[in-house]
Structure formats: structure tokens, C-alpha cells
Design a protein around this ligand. Structure first.
Ligand code: SF4
Length: 466
């Protein structure tokens, strides 16, 4: 099936650049999860470096984020211990505050709060109410302001969910030779893999390679519905801190996730009570350090085996085994990447309690369940392993292309129907992960941006010149 002669991302990159312009580098991970995006998501995206690190203040002064600092657990500015470089000055260490509205600084009383005295940068999205507003600390020091541009992340966040029916491009795609479709899909898949790799490397530049992998695994463990809470959990509880205190990690993750509410466990089994007692004995000593936040877990719409509590358990197991898992990945990147061996490593992440429980309130399951099953392993391969390995090890590309995938998620199924709906041999182009990723790339680039029911979309015309 993969008998292509052109295996680079360049063809697809040129096609989308002609239609969309070169400036937009959007992919699934860069789309907003809600519209308007929540402050928590904006903070998470900022901390991941998705907005970039070079900005211009509202006064026209260039500013570079040298260090993004730490996500603050307690009351006070959002990020502490950041380092920023303003113009040609010396790097300045201090805190960063991110508000959706510029005047939130005033509305939330930060200007009279001594805890905000060391803020060196005030980030905001909108300036509702207009007029001039200067950010000042309680000791009357003016704080530079930077307006973050949402279009950096999403060119035109329409919030439209395209219908699940054949689109206008399905006609030219129906007429295209199989070899040409294969070439298109391969190129789009390459493009997507590169984009994912670029995002991961950017996070590694900011937070280091281990934190990048830890955050990326957390995001992957969150599936689609709980990506944000899982990512925020990992961003707020960095791997370095959890590794330094290995006995506390699991309790901190469950505690900060909000899953250690006593009232929930009054009727719990002896086994559950015993497990919880261990978590509680650690958590109660630390919980005062953490300001409670609502991570926005979504409990409905996912199978019991994927309950958020099992996802947090998987993350706790990853923390415990992170050196072994990450070493395997990096060593594989340098040698020949053994996909099956890596999946086996992921499958070995186990837990005496969670191997047999769906939630903290469920009875013991009839059979043991993997914390990281086959579907999750494929997601991790497609979104983390191959985007990182292929740039170092070109031979791994063939392994990626050999990875089969089921159309499990709704978005993939919709992409297939819209683009390949008219081809009787559609199954030939949808059975492998790289093909599904390619179709998702087209869907994200064109369908998600279309408000004309395909009429104004230029993808069909571009296809005729392919
Ligand atoms: S919006 Fe464009 S790419 Fe999407 S189905 Fe319609 S014609 Fe095809």
C-alpha cells in the first residue's frame, strides 16, 4: 500500500501554504478545546510555549521569555521564578500574571496586593472597556503588558463542527489514481508528524526533555475529553519534584486532581479504604501548599476503563517508571526503533489497586485491566514516539507507516466520510495510522476552517493540480 515515490512533507506543505498562507501552522494540539478558551487552557498553552517566547509590549518594547518559571500552586501571581529580557536590558527574574481581560488586574485587586509586587510581566488577551490602563504594583511600579494573540494558536476559531457527509473534495478524490492519493496522504502525514515533533521539541526547550515527555504522556493519557486537566496536572506537578520525593507522587497527583474527597469514600470497600488511607496520610500533610482548582474533569462519554481516576493512576505509574520508559524511547531513537518492545514497556505499567478497579468507588473488576492498553499505546506512538524518533532515525518512518489503527474517535470517522466518502475503495486509505493522521490534517486545515458548506474551500481546486 505504501508504494510512494515522494515521501516528504513538502508537497502538502506547499499545497496548504498556497491556500492558507505560510503563517498558519495549526494542528490538532493547537486547537482550542472550548470557545472562548478558558483561562486555565490559556495558562496551560502559555506554559507549553504555544504562544511563542518573543513578544512586543504594549509600549513597543521587545520582550523575550528566558525562563517560563513555575506554575504557582498557591495564592499570588500565576507563574513564579520566570526570567524575562526587556529590550536591551538585563534579564529580570520575577512573576508573570496572565489575565483574560487587561482590567482583571484591577478587578481582582492585584494592584493593592503585596503578593503581586514582583510581577515583571502582565499578559492579557482582551482589553474590554477600552481606554488606557496601566498595570501597577502596590508600590506603584509600572508592569510591562503584553497582549497575547489567539490567532497564533488558531487562525480562525469558528467553533464549527463539520457535518458527517461527503464534502465537495470527495469528487476529485474519487477520480484520483490510488498512487496519487497515497502520495497526498503520505505527504500530509509527514507534515503532521513534523508539526507534532516541532511542538514537542519546543516544550523540551522550555522545560527539558523529561518534563516534555511527562507532559506529553499526561496529555495522551487524558484522551480527548480530559486532555486539558491531565496536562495541567503535569504542568503544576513537575516530574522533577515528584522524582525527588518518590513516596509522595501518587498522593499529590490524586490530591491535586481533587479525587481525595473524604465524603466519597464513606461506603468504600476495605481494600479501597486501605489504599486511600495511604494516599491521605501523605496528602493531608501537603494539601495546604496547594490552592484548590477545578481542573474541569469530564466524567461522561468515556468507557469505565478510561475513567479519569485511572488516567491519573497511569500517570502516577509513569512517574514511578519514568526513567525506564523514557530511556527506552531515547535509546530506540538512536538505534532501530522497536515499536513492539516499546508497547510492551507501556503495557508493563501496572498498579496493585488500579489493575482491578475502574474508579475509587467501584467494586473489584472481574478481570485485570491494563492501565495503558493497545489503543492508548497507538496514540502515544503516533503523537509522541514517532514524532520524536523519526527526525533522528529515518528508518522508523516505515514502522510508523506499518502501524494499523481503528477509527475509534468521532473526528477521524467524520474526516473519512467527508474526504473519502465517495470512494468504494476508501478502506484502502483509512486502515493505517499514518493515513488517518493525514486525513485529520486535511480536516483540521480545511474543514475546521470552512463556514461555507464547502463552497468557498479551495482544497478541491488544489487537488486538481496535484
Ligand atoms: S471543507 Fe474542503 S476539505 Fe473539507 S470536505 Fe469540504 S471541500 Fe473537502
Amino acid at each position: 500500500m505504501k508504494s510512494v515515490t515522494y515521501n516528504d512533507a513538502e508537497l502538502y506543505r506547499r499545497l496548504r501554504a498556497e491556500v492558507l498562507g505560510d503563517t498558519r501552522l495549526r494542528e490538532e494540539g493547537e486547537m482550542f478545546l472550548s470557545l472562548p478558551p478558558s483561562e486555565l487552557e490559556l495558562q496551560s498553552r502559555w506554559f507549553a510555549g504555544d504562544f511563542g517566547r518573543d513578544f512586543v509590549t504594549t509600549c513597543g518594547q521587545p520582550v523575550r521569555i528566558v525562563q517560563f518559571g513555575h506554575w504557582n500552586h498557591s495564592a499570588g501571581p500565576d507563574f513564579t521564578d520566570a526570567v524575562v529580557l526587556l529590550g536591551n536590558g538585563e534579564p529580570v527574574r520575577g512573576s508573570i500574571e496572565l489575565d483574560t481581560n487587561l482590567r482583571d488586574w484591577e478587578h481582582h485587586g492585584h494592584g493593592e496586593n503585596r503578593a503581586y509586587r514582583n510581577v515583571v510581566l502582565h499578559l492579557f488577551i482582551d482589553h474590554h472597556g477600552g481606554g488606557q490602563f496601566f498595570t501597577r504594583t502596590d508600590d506603584h511600579v509600572q508592569v510591562p503588558q503584553v497582549q497575547l494573540d489567539l490567532s497564533t494558536l488558531s487562525a480562525r476559531p469558528t467553533g464549527i463542527v463539520p457535518e458527517a457527509r461527503s464534502g465537495r473534495c470527495s469528487a476529485p478524490l474519487q477520480e484520483m489514481a490510488a498512487s496519487k492519493i497515497n502520495e497526498l496522504l503520505t505527504s500530509a502525514a509527514r507534515f503532521r508528524l513534523k508539526t507534532k515533533g516541532r511542538r514537542l521539541r519546543r516544550i523540551a526547550e522550555i522545560h527539558g526533555e523529561s518534563e516534555m515527555l511527562y507532559q506529553a504522556f499526561a496529555e495522551a493519557f487524558g484522551y480527548r475529553r480530559n486532555r486539558l486537566p491531565m496536562t495541567v496536572l503535569a504542568q503544576r506537578l513537575p516530574l522533577s519534584g515528584l522524582r525527588a520525593h518518590p513516596d509522595t507522587g501518587e498522593a499529590l497527583l490524586f490530591g491535586l486532581a481533587g479525587f481525595l474527597e473524604t465524603r466519597v469514600f464513606e461506603d468504600a470497600s476495605d481494600e479501597t479504604r486501605s489504599y486511600l488511607r495511604g494516599l491521605w496520610e501523605t496528602w493531608w500533610k501537603h494539601r495546604a501548599e496547594f490552592q484548590g482548582i477545578d481542573l474541569g474533569w469530564r466524567f461522561s462519554g468515556s468507557r469505565p476503563v478510561n475513567h479519569p481516576q485511572r488516567r491519573v493512576a497511569a500517570l502516577a505509574c509513569l512517574v514511578r517508571e519514568s526513567q525506564r520508559v523514557f530511556r527506552h524511547l531515547w535509546e530506540s531513537a538512536a538505534a532501530s526503533f522497536d515499536r513492539k518492545a516499546f508497547v510492551k514497556v507501556l503495557g508493563s505499567l501496572g498498579h496493585t489497586y488500579w489493575d482491578n478497579h475502574y474508579t475509587l468507588t467501584s467494586k473489584q473488576a472481574a478481570r485485570p485491566m491494563a492501565l495503558v492498553g493497545g489503543t492508548r499505546s497507538k496514540e502515544i506512538l503516533a503523537n509522541i514516539a514517532y514524532p520524536l524518533v523519526v527526525p533522528h532515525n529515518e528508518a522508523a518512518w516505515d514502522g510508523y507507516c506499518a502501524l494499523r489503527g481503528t477509527l475509534e474517535n468521532e473526528k477521524s470517522r467524520r474526516a473519512v466520510i467527508r474526504l473519502m466518502g465517495r470512494r468504494p475503495d476508501a478502506a484502502e486509505f483509512t486502515g493505517f495510522v499514518y493515513q488517518q493522521q493525514a486525513l485529520l490534517q486535511v480536516y483540521d486545515d480545511f474543514c475546521m476552517d470552512d463556514e461555507s458548506d464547502c463552497d468557498d474551500c479551495l482544497f478541491p481546486e488544489q487537488l486538481r493540480t496535484w
